[in-house]
Design a protein around this ligand. Structure first.
Ligand code: COA
Length: 328
């Protein structure tokens, strides 16, 4: 049975840097509050108009180049985003067209901050089954366009950024590299704790004057509590599946939602923070894009080397969570 491995990584973030203090234009907030509560110093925001699929395209082109492939070599596109260009169809088909492809299948998944981990697991299954050999997996988000810029939107508004990451997942017969296991979970009982409720098929919200619009809601404390617990469990299940001790893992990459969540997981496993790759200070929470952006930068900084034991884990809206264990 073939194994799946990541043969190329790419990322793209818009050039416009928004520092914490810049957010004072909308919110009663401070650099000190944002940094100590979340670890974020700045984030990237698009100049409008912008397209999530286009951000994904730039990241994909780099990933394909690194893999030494052209778009025509790709058997399947998986696009993870909570901020698609259109309500439907998904951004995957838009990306497919931008890549100059005719009929390559494109699949959107909506697993929010867990989108990349879910996507990697899906890619792994398609490759193990033998159905596809080369899959392009993209996580891309434009979140600055739906943030609530009213004063009450500050808790969520300061956390999120725009960006894209992409990987090429390929089949290999090499037993010494690739994805070893993945574990996925969700718990819809908490769906309303972190959501954008409109536009909705449940209400005719667009017909009610003044009520239409995308407004994120987050119960920050509840989300934080679950994130720490579930991310820790996701790491533990990956360790157990591989029989790895925590200290044997070369690099952990956890979804970048809040540095205090990563710190709590590191403390739980009694690991130094150096074992965890973080870049939330530069980009904020880029949702489905955060893990592939980390993969790109970790590789560029020499912190991911062939043969390294790696665990990826994410938690987010749904609630959804999961992990992947792999050999780089
Ligand atoms: N700037 C300044 N003050 C702010 C603020 C902001 N941007 N946002 C909230 N506050 C205020 C609150 O109003 C509150 O004031 P009060 O005590 O007078 O009521 C105070 O700061 C503390 O707010 P609180 O919500 O208790 O802060 P916190 O320590 O829980 O941190 C989060 C808030 C959002 C950073 C934290 O809950 C969190 O990270 N949650 C999880 C987020 C997450 O992971 N989301 C994505 C999952 S993928």
């Amino acid at each position: 049975m073939p194994r799946a491995y990541i043969s190329g990584v790419g990322m793209y973030v818009p050039p416009k840097v928004v520092k914490n203090d810049d957010l004072k234009a909308w919110y009663d907030t401070s650099d000190e509050w944002i940094y100590t509560r979340s670890g974020i110093k700045e984030r990237r925001w698009v100049e409008e108009p912008a397209s999530t699929a286009e951000l994904g395209l730039y990241a994909s082109q780099e990933a394909l180049q690194q893999a030494g492939l052209s778009p025509q070599d790709i058997d399947l596109i998986i696009f993870a985003t909570l901020s698609p260009d259109l309500y439907f169809p998904g951004s995957g088909v838009l990306l497919q067209h931008k890549l100059g492809l005719e009929t390559t299948p494109a699949l959107d998944i909506r697993q929010q901050c867990s989108g990349f981990v879910y996507g990697l697991s899906i890619a792994d299954q398609f490759i193990r089954s033998g159905m596809y050999r080369r899959i392009l997996l993209v996580g891309a988000e434009i979140q600055s366009t739906w943030l609530d810029y009213n004063p009450e939107g500050r808790t969520v508004g300061v956390l999120f950024g725009d960006g894209a990451g992409a990987v090429v997942v390929e089949a290999t017969e090499d037993p010494n590299r690739g994805i070893l296991s993945s574990h996925l979970y969700s718990q819809g009982a908490y769906a309303m704790e972190l959501c954008i409720a409109e536009p909705s098929s449940a209400t005719r919200s667009h017909e009610l004057p003044g009520s239409y619009g995308m407004r994120p809601y987050m119960n920050g404390k509840e989300v934080f509590r679950h994130a720490v617990q579930r991310m820790g469990e996701a790491v533990q299940v990956a360790l157990s599946a591989q029989g790895w001790k925590p200290e044997e893992v070369d690099l952990f990459i956890l979804h970048q939602a809040n540095i205090r969540i990563v710190q709590a997981v590191a403390d739980f496993f009694q690991l130094p923070m150096e074992k965890f790759f973080n870049n939330i200070h530069k980009y904020g929470n880029t949702t489905a894009a955060s893990i592939p952006i980390c993969l790109y930068e970790a590789q560029a900084e020499g912190r991911l080397k062939a043969g390294d034991k790696v665990i990826l884990a994410a938690f987010g809206s749904g609630f959804t969570w999961g992990s992947v264990a792999l050999i780089w």
